[in-house]
Write a protein that binds this ligand. Sequence first.
Ligand code: BES
Ligand code: MN
Ligand code: MN
Length: 456
Amino acid sequence: MNELKTYLEEHKDTHLDQLKDLLSIPSVSTDPERRDDVRRAAQWVKEAMEAAGLTARIDDTPGHPIVYGERLNAGADAPTILIYGHYDVQPPDPLELWDSGPFEPTIRDGKIVARGAADDKGQFLTHIKALEAHMAVRGELPVNVKVLIEGEEEIGSKNLAPYLEAHKEALASDVVVISDTHMFAPGVPSITYGLRGLTYFELEIEGPDHDLHSGLYGGGVANPINVLCDVIARLKDDSGRIQIEGFYDDVRDLTDEERAAWATLPFDEEGFRAEAGSEQLTGEAGFTTLERLWARPTLDCNGVVGGFTGEGAKTVLPSVARAKFSCRLVPDQDPRDIEDKVEAHLARIIPDSVRFKLTRMHGGQPVIVSTESDAIQAAGRALTEAFGGETVMIRGGGSIPVVADFKRILGVDSVLMGFGLPDDRLHSPNEKFDLAQYFGGILAAALFLDEIAPSA
Ligand code: BES
Ligand code: MN
Ligand code: MN
C-alpha cells in the first residue's frame, strides 16, 4: 500500500503533464470539423492504455471510435471490473468567456482549466494511471480489468448500445466503474447512486411561408414567434408544475429515509446560489433544493431562435421560429413514453394557424442502484482512505444514459465514484478540475482495485 502511495507521490508531475497533453486535443464530438481531433484523442487513449499494461484497440463505429483495453490475468476467482469513461468533450463556446484557451490547459489556483478537465478526461485518466501504478509497483493487477472509453457521450452515445449488444460476452463483468460525476463537496467523498434521465426536443413552428412586412400583414397572420412563446409558456403553470398530460404518472415518490438522509448532508444552499450566479433559487413547491435537483423531473427550454436579431430594428413578421427544450426525468419515467406525451400535448395546444414539427433528439433512462453492493462498499472505503471523511451516498441531477444500457444489456450495476466538485463548470467556460481531486482520484482508483480484490 505504502509503495503504491510513494509511487503516486513521485509521479505527480508526469501524471499532470499527461493530463495536459490529453486536454490539448480538441475532441469536440458534435463538431464535424473536429473529426480528426476526436480520432487523435482516441489514439492517445489507446496508447495510454498500452502504457498501463493493457491490450488495447480502437473499434470504429458509424460515429466516433470506441477505445477498448483489457488485462485479464487475475484469475477466475478475482472479479472483473469494467471501467467506463468518455474522451469526447462539449463545444467550448462562447470562446470569449474563457480566461485562457479552452484547449491550452492552464494551472490556476491549484486547478487545471480546460474543456474536458473534469468532464471527463481528467476523471477517466485517474483509472488508467491507477492501473499503470499497480503494474509498476506490483507487476500485475489484483482484479481482471476491462476499460471502455467512448467518444460520443456528449452527443447521446447512440452507437454504444449496439456495441454493447455486439460485444456482450467480451464485456461480461461483475461491476462497471465510472468517474464522471462529482463529490458532494470538497472533503466529502461521495458515491452517486441515482441519475436523472433525459429527453430532448427541437420544435419548429412555421407561420407564413416567407417573411412578411409586419405592417402589411401583422395582426392578420399568425406570428410563429408569438405562438412559440405562448406554447412554451403554457408547458408549466405558475407554480412550476409541468402541464403535459400524464407527465408525472410514473414519478416515484421519495422515501422518508431518503428525505431524512439528504437533510443531514452538509448542503450550502447560499453557496449553491452564489456559484450559479442567480439572484434567487426557485422550484417546485414542497421540495428542498436537493430534492428538486435529484428526485424531481424538469422541463427547460435550452435555446430559442427566430426573426430579426441583428443591430437596429426591422419590422418583420418572420416565417419560422425554433426552440430546443428538454426534460430531465426521474425513476420510473420512460423517455419514449414522455416523448409521446409531449407530442400529443403539443398537437392539442398549437393553433391551426401554424404548422409545427417536433423532432425527438437524444434521450436516456433515469437510474437508481442499490447502495448495499460489495462494490459500492469497496468504493466507499477506497474514497474515504484517499480523501478522508466518511463517504456519503448522493444522487445527481445530470444524466449518463449508458448506465441504464450497462444494466439492460450486460446485466451489470455501475458504481459512480466521481472525483469532480460541484463548481467544476461542466459544459461552461473555464471548466476546471482541482489537482487535489485528480491526484486523490488516482489514489482512490488504485485503492479500489485492492478493496474489491478477494484477498482484501
Ligand atoms: N458527466 C456528465 C453527467 C453528470 C455530471 C452527471 C455531473 C452527474 C453529475 C455527462 O457528460 C453529461 O454531460 N451528460 C449529458 C447527457 C447527454 C445525453 C448529453 C447531460 O447530463 O446533459
Ligand atoms: Mn461526462
Ligand atoms: Mn458532459
